[in-house]
Design a protein around this ligand. Structure first.
Ligand code: SF4
Length: 495
């Protein structure tokens, strides 16, 4: 039996072609499941089940739709007032409601749980499908609600579900949106029954969240090259409109006299004319003149917990658990210091103490994209008031190593359209294995660092030791990279 589902309906609304490709071109799909997000979402869903006290769970493992529907009907008939994963099918359209409150056997309330802090349009689309299914079956749906996370919540020893979750009544919007469901289902049906690939415009749906798994396939159909396309252009807000009007490559942008910023013009020029590097010596000199010895190259690693795992924090608050610090004195001596929590206790108290000690009272603190580090320091100051003054004293000492690149003092073709350290570093040092993140083991980027730290508590001793060592190496490379970039800038302005 084929069932149309809520997830299919949401995909269809996002992009008409996506469902078609899943049916007819599955082999082109590049699956990119974000396991960490999935696990976190499931944990939030499990927590929310307890919001209204005792409940009946209609879900089966593995999912058996007819069985779940049967269990749901039986639960309603047996007088259960709260049913989780309540399943319904109306004209082959299946949906499972996260939490169904049963008022009487014909009257219900829908509560959909989302691991987010704000209601978005797609939540209304998502729940309008459920509303359509339930009202189609003859239920009087008294209200439709989203159970989202209250971002203002401050954690205590015990998680307070009523404070942690926020219930938003979206009934009116859902009723309005539900008027489109039948027509959408008919369109979806005719697209799925047509052997021809649906013609759609590429849009932000192609790159949202972790990116559509059919990106490669759709980009190829539009002849979008991997390099030198409007998608690679720095800060290009018009890319989807440009693609829609057939402007695909840098050459197309020039031919069509598209409006470009100076940085975009330089990127295109260096790419098309294979130029070496652009150096504004005066600007770089001015930038370097601001930096005072000893120079502290500093970088935090952080994790975020949707369900706070420490007392006194907000959901999704960034928690610094590690830092790396290279210190360069005026005689050219380079020292390295670091901190990494144990993954069990709150890393912040010890991190603050050691960080304040390591960073001393004078000298510039260099970070790459310093707003991240400064915001974390302000959060630490807020959470640990006893260090407020000392932490705030660090802030005026920060200098952002991103500036020479983002503000166009230096450019080379290999940087492309991104000035993140992961783009700039290989562009400046293309053949240096010591500076290549690919040569690291276990941890190569920030989200892997966070996942590794969070898993510390579940690791066997040998794995813990190995991953801890590799996490330290990763963060160390972040600040060593800054030292090398700083040295390179100095070399560039040497007469
Ligand atoms: S890549 Fe874009 S156009 Fe292609 S299926 Fe995905 S969202 Fe649709």
């Amino acid at each position: 039996m084929f069932y149309y589902s809520k997830s299919k309906y949401v995909l269809f609304n996002n992009c008409n072609r996506r469902l078609w490709l899943e049916k007819y071109k599955k082999e082109e799909m590049k699956e990119q499941v974000n396991q960490a997000r999935l696990i976190e979402g499931n944990k939030v869903g499990d927590l929310a089940m307890n919001l209204f006290g005792d409940y009946y769970l209609a879900e089966t493992d593995p999912i058996d739709i007819p069985k779940m529907c049967e269990r749901t009907i039986n639960a309603i008939n047996n007088g259960y007032k709260v049913i989780c994963e309540a399943a319904f099918v109306y004209e082959n359209n299946y949906c499972a409601v996260d939490i169904l409150k049963v008022i009487d056997e014909n009257t219900v309330e829908i509560y959909e749980v989302k691991s987010v802090t704000e209601v978005k349009k797609y939540h209304i689309i998502d729940t309008s499908y459920q509303y359509y299914v339930l009202t189609g079956l003859g239920y009087n749906v008294k209200s439709v609600n989203l159970v989202i996370i209250n971002k203002e919540y401050v954690s205590k020893e015990e998680l307070d579900l009523n404070e942690y979750f926020k219930i938003v009544n979206i009934t009116d919007d859902v009723i309005e949106e539900s008027k489109n469901v039948k027509a959408n289902l008919d369109t979806s049906d005719s697209i799925l029954n047509n052997l021809e690939l649906p013609d759609v415009k590429l849009s932000k749906a192609c790159t949202e969240y972790d990116g559509c798994p059919f990106q490669e396939y759709c980009y190829k159909l539009k002849n979008i090259p991997n390099e030198g396309s409007v998608l690679n252009l720095y800060s290009n807000r018009s890319k989807w409109k440009q693609i829609d009007s057939g402007i695909i490559t840098f050459n197309d942008l020039l031919k069509n006299k598209c409006k470009l910023t100076d940085i975009q013009k330089r990127q295109i020029d260096y790419y098309l004319n294979d130029r070496e590097e652009y150096v504004d010596k005066e600007k770089i000199k001015e930038f370097l003149a601001e930096i005072k010895y000893p120079i502290y190259f500093f970088d935090f690693e952080t994790y975020q917990a949707t369900i706070p795992d420490l007392v006194g924090i907000h959901p999704n608050q960034q928690i610094p658990f590690q830092y790396s610090l290279h210190i360069l004195d005026k005689d050219g001596k380079l020292d390295h210091k670091e901190y990494l929590g144990d993954g069990i206790s709150d890393p912040r108290p010890d991190l603050i103490k050691q960080m304040l000690d390591d960073l001393g009272n004078e000298g510039s603190i260099i970070a790459y994209n310093m707003s991240f580090e400064i915001t974390r320091i302000k959060e630490l100051a807020y959470n640990f008031k006893e260090y407020n003054k000392e932490l705030y004293n660090l802030i005026p000492r920060f200098i952002d190593l991103l500036i020479p690149f983002q503000d166009g003092y230096y450019y080379n073709k290999a940087i492309g359209g991104s000035f993140s350290i992961k783009s700039v570093l290989p562009a400046l040092f293309p053949d240096d294995p010591e500076l290549d993140y690919h040569n690291l083991e276990d941890v190569h980027k920030g989200d892997e660092a966070a996942e590794t730290y969070i898993s510390f508590k579940d690791m066997e001793e040998s794995e813990y030791k190995r991953k801890r060592k590799n996490l330290l190496k990763y963060c160390c490379l972040d600040t060593y990279a800054m030292v090398k970039i700083y040295e390179k800038l100095n070399d560039l302005v040497k007469e």
